[in-house]
Each structure stands twice: as C-alpha cells, then as structure tokens.
Design a protein around this ligand. Structure first.
Ligand code: CP
Length: 308
C-alpha cells in the first residue's frame, strides 16, 4: 500500500487509511529498533534536509535518528548561524539546498502555513515538523501510536486534551487524527486558552473544570503553556494556572480510577504537570518520545516509497 499524499503537511489532509498505514508501518520499524543492529537500508539513496527555523529538541533529534536508522543521507539546517540571518528568503534557502540534489525536506517553522507555501514551489516531498500554531502531524501520529500500543485501539477511547489549546499545533493535529480514528475528545483549560471556534468547527465538548475532565477520560494529553506565543497575559500567573489546571499526584489518586498521562514536551514542571506525575506510574511521556523515531521512520519510508 502507498500513501495517498506526496507531502505530510498536516493530519487534516490525511485519510483514515493513510493514518492506519503509517501506524502499521511504524509497528514494523519499532521492531527493527529493538534489534541489536537498528539500521535498515531502506532509504540508502535518499538525501533529506532537516530545516529547523524554530527551536526543537525531541522532533529534530527524532527525525535525524529516524533518517540515520533508514540509512538516508542527512543535512541539518538551523536558521541561527545560516544566511537566513542575512535576510535570505525561505524559498531561496530551500532552492539553494535542493540544487545540491536533496530529495526530501523536513521542516519546522514559526509561521503557520510555511510548509504548505513551500510545497507549492518546490518539487521535493515535505514533512511538516511543526508550523506555528497550525499542525504538528508527526506528534499526533506518535501520540496515536502510543495510545494504540497501550489500549489496543483508538476507537471509543476517551481523550482529554488539556491546557493551552489556543496556541497548540499538537492539539489541532490530535483533534483531526482522533476524530478520523473514532476516539472521543474533550478539550479542557481556562476559557482564555480555548479558542471560541473549537466547539463549532469540531463539535467538541469544552470542559473548564480540570477534575471533571480527568474523571471523564482514559487519557489526558497535557499541553505546555506556550508563553512565547502569548502577546499579552491570558491568565493571572503561572502559580494560579497550576492551582486551577496543574495535575498533581493527589488529584490523580483522588479520581478513583487510573488514567494515562501524556505530554508532547517540553514540560513546564510545576505548572501543567507536577514532577511526580510526569515521572510517575501513569505517565507514558518517554514512551511517546521513543515511539517518535519509529513513527517518523514510517512517514519518511512511505513518502520516499511513494515517489519511486
Ligand atoms: N514535542 C515537540 O515538538 O518537542 P520539541 O519542540 O522539543 O521538538
């Protein structure tokens, strides 16, 4: 089977079959990653540039590792220290890189829609590694993989997405994906961090009471407060945010049921999650990071395979 799309720009553009194919392929790559020799020759003739115009730890390392495990040749570009600082446009930068015979572009950018713009102007396949407040498709795919690994199926799974929904590309990609795969979703957080359009656009229930959201769900996907994207304060203080929406061990123990805690990282410890929750028995946060490599191997392999 092949993906129906040339690029991975967002989950919005993927059909259910594409998502299933990526998740199934990732199972095979996860098995490869358990072997003593974790490398396969699948992308031996493929050159990939990792184009990061915005900070990243997990996504950048995960893509780079996925590419190396697939035997691709890789180039790493970060905006700081490049000619972007001298005013070179995104399109000029990418066309210069592509003239050196690069096949695929993995791209993170602070501008929503930057990879979609690029896809209209260059022949190479593009993987969106996070664009502004729009989408982060491989994060949603690795989140889905991790939930499927734990629960067997996404169908009917109750997922609460909690926190800074307004500025979160992870939230949007998760909503698209979970919807397509038959999960139930609520979003929870303070009214100022939940966009008004969300109920109408997605017909999603909004819950402003943290304990009620946790009581309802099987999985809480807790999001980082993105202070760097807030032009003006949207809540009184981090301390008060923590009092109203921070998840502590005692809150979880008071639920009378076990729920799974996820977080895309980086975590604001003591703000959205206490350390004994982030590192505790309910957390699968590091499993998410581990699964990111297999999922990104699957995405790169399937996109490269589609082109052949
Ligand atoms: N989850 C995530 O995108 O983390 P990074 O910003 O470190 O890549």
């Amino acid at each position: 089977m092949k993906l129906s799309t040339k690029h991975l720009l967002g989950i919005k553009d993927l059909c259910k079959e594409d998502i299933q194919l990526i998740l199934d392929t990732a199972v095979n790559f996860k098995e490869v990653l358990q072997r003593p020799v974790k490398k396969v020759p699948s992308l031996r003739d493929v050159t990939i540039v990792n184009l990061f115009y915005e900070n990243s730890t997990r996504t950048r390392i995960s893509f780079e590792l996925a590419e190396k495990r697939l035997s691709a040749d890789t180039i790493n570009f970060t905006a700081s220290g490049s000619s972007a600082a001298k005013g070179e446009t995104l399109l000029d930068t990418v066309n210069n890189i592509l003239s050196m015979k690069v096949d695929m572009v993995v791209m993170r950018h602070s501008a929503s829609g930057a990879p979609h713009f690029l896809a209209k102007h260059i022949p190479a396949a593009i993987v969106n590694a996070g664009d502004g407040i729009n989408e982060h498709p491989t994060q949603a795919l690795l989140d889905a993989f991790s939930m499927k690994e734990k629960f067997g199926s996404l169908e009917g799974l109750k997922v609460a997405i909690i926190g800074d929904i307004m500025h979160s590309r992870v939230a949007l990609s998760n909503i698209y994906l979970l919807r397509k795969m038959g999960a139930e979703i609520i979003v929870a957080g303070p009214p100022t961090l939940i966009p008004k359009y969300i109920t109408e656009a997605f017909n999603i229930k909004v819950e402003y009471n943290l304990k009620k959201a946790l009581q309802w769900c099987d999985v809480a996907n807790v999001l980082r407060i993105q202070l760097e994207r807030q032009n003006q304060p949207l809540f009184s203080s981090l301390r008060e945010y923590n009092i109203a929406y921070g998840i502590s061990r005692s809150i979880l123990e008071g639920l009378g049921k076990e729920i799974t805690i996820m977080h895309p990282g980086p975590i604001n410890r003591g703000v959205e999650l206490d350390s004994d929750v982030a590192d505790g028995p309910y957390s699968i946060i590091l499993n998410q990071v581990e699964n990111g490599v297999a999922v990104r191997m699957a995405v790169l392999y399937l996109l490269a395979n589609r082109e052949n």
